[in-house]
Design a binder for this molecule. Structure first.
Ligand code: GLN
Length: 484
């Protein structure tokens, strides 16, 4: 059962060969057995999950179930959940219990999905390895000495190790796609504005976007269909008809034009990643797609632009954690300023402090024009490159990550090395485009390699179709790490 697709699970639930309580218990027991070694979950809500499963079983019996009714899932611990703590993997929010649900959480509750718990992440979604967490690093199930990627690493590991069939994540610069690549699962970040940010604790608001993890593109399509939707409580939520993202899954790929950005295929990626990427492109050619070279000349400026814009927004967003309204308050302090300063010094980890300092600096008088304004101009140029490229192709493909999963600790003392891991993903967020990563092979030490597909605005259904076509003729997405 832990191997089954969402479609098969839903069919078994409807047929009554399996109840949601049984299915939920299966995953809860697996979490109990495997989470001590993987550390994918920060909080497990057994009682809440079983209560939701019983309600789902009643809906199934009444014949009012949808495709996700009774299906267990995990939420990244950045989404607020009423009554269950939401930590953002920070000491600052270690004991914070939100009085309301994020839009994504309420949407999934409404369709009868069953939340198992909240997953580990880089603190406030800042990181690429899941090492920046107050709750200890998450381990990659393919090799527990290695990182799973980040910042949604806990959700990626939960799906890779089958601790949950599907999970939510967020992607500000690659945090769904990169951990999906490093753990061998499928992950999609939709167009900015498709998923509401209401109740999704903010890192860099103009870049943050909720996304979906599953074993397959089909599972991601089902999850995204439930997560997405207009929400007036998020001013950047896009007012569009709700979509069924599974609608194009079966379309043939003959005639598909895949753009290959020459800058992505120059130096930068490891040889094993290159070999797996090339093999996947060959597979697409066999399926009838053609490849065409495109150019993203400003993509190389994405990392510097991002590391001005994201910290600037973070420094503003994180000013709300001051020890007064919610979160950690220093037990001892002098005056009010001392209380703010001690609470923040104790509550935030090193990477979060680094970003607040950088952000405050680039926004300060005298530097704003030189850094922040310049970065915003680069952002526009990067988006225009993509718009031009999409006149020549339907989707863009390339590697998701320049390397396979690396040993825990290897890059944690070198922030710039860590930032470079997002070299292929960050431009997509700056442009606001949808991106997907699917497992496409293995590299050194048999570790998973991900292929990134980038689509035009609101072309999620096509991205999922292109990924699904590959998964119909390959079995990389079915491979499972040897855990438990
Ligand atoms: N690794 C990038 C960062 O640290 C992206 C993280 C994300 O997408 N949340 O900011």
């Amino acid at each position: 059962m832990i191997e089954a697709s969402l479609k098969d699970l839903a069919a078994a639930l409807r047929a009554g060969t399996l109840s949601s309580v049984e299915l939920t218990t299966l995953f809860l027991d697996r979490i109990d057995a495997l989470n001590p070694s993987l550390n994918a979950f920060i909080t497990v809500d057994r009682d809440g999950a079983l209560t939701a499963a019983r309600a789902a079983d009643a809906r199934l019996a009444a014949g009012t179930a949808g495709p996700l009714t009774g299906i267990p899932l995990a939420h990244k611990d950045v989404f607020c959940t009423e009554g269950v703590r939401t930590t953002c993997a920070s000491r600052m929010l270690e004991n914070f219990v939100s009085p309301y649900d994020a839009h994504v959480v309420s949407q999934l509750k409404a369709v009868g999905a069953v939340m198992l718990g909240k997953t580990n992440m880089d603190e406030f979604a800042m990181g690429s390895s899941n090492e920046n967490t107050h709750f200890g690093p998450t381990k990659n199930p393919w090799n527990t000495g290695r990182v799973p990627g980040g910042s949604s690493g806990g959700s990626a590991v939960a799906v890779a190790a089958r601790l949950a069939p599907i999970a939510t994540g967020t992607d500000t610069g690659g945090s769904v796609r990169q951990p999906a690549a490093l753990t061998g699962v499928t992950g999609i970040k939709p167009t900015y504005g498709v998923v509401s940010r209401y109740g999704m604790i903010a890192y860099a608001s103009s870049l943050d976007q909720g996304g979906a993890f599953g074993r397959s593109a089909e599972d991601c399509a089902l999850l995204l269909s439930a997560m997405a939707g207009f929400d007036p409580r998020d001013s950047t939520s896009v007012e569009r008809e709700t979509e069924d993202y599974t609608r194009d899954l079966g379309k043939p790929l003959a005639g598909l034009r895949i753009g290959l950005p020459k800058e992505f295929f120059a130096e930068g990626m490891d040889d094993d990643v290159r070999a797996a990427t090339e093999a996947a492109l060959d597979q697409y050619r066999q399926l009838g797609a053609t490849t065409v070279e495109v150019s993203l000349p400003n993509a190389k400026l994405a990392i510097p632009a991002y590391y001005v814009i994201a910290p600037a927004e973070a420094s503003s967003n994180l000013s709300r954690f001051d020890g007064v309204r919610y979160g950690h308050r220093a037990p001892e302090y002098g005056d009010l300023a001392d209380m703010y300063s001690k609470s923040r010094a104790q509550g935030f980890g090193a990477e979060v402090k680094r970003r607040i300092l950088v952000g405050t600096y680039v926004l300060s008088h005298g530097y704003y024009d030189a850094y922040y304004l310049q970065a915003q101009k680069l952002r526009r140029l990067i988006a225009e490159d993509f718009i031009a490229a999409f006149t020549q192709c339907d989707v863009i493909a390339g590697p998701t990550s320049p390397t396979v999963a690396w040993p825990i600790g290897e890059k944690s003392d070198d922030p710039v090395q860590m930032y470079l891991q997002d070299i292929y993903t960050i431009a997509v967020n700056l442009a606001g485009l949808p991106g997907l990563s699917l497992p496409c092979g293995t590299g050194a030490n048999d570790l998973p390699v991900g292929l990134q597909l980038i689509g035009n605005y609101f072309d999620e259904a096509r991205l999922l179709n292109v990924a699904h076509g590959f998964q119909q003729t390959t079995d990389w997405h079915r491979r499972m790490p040897a855990v438990g």
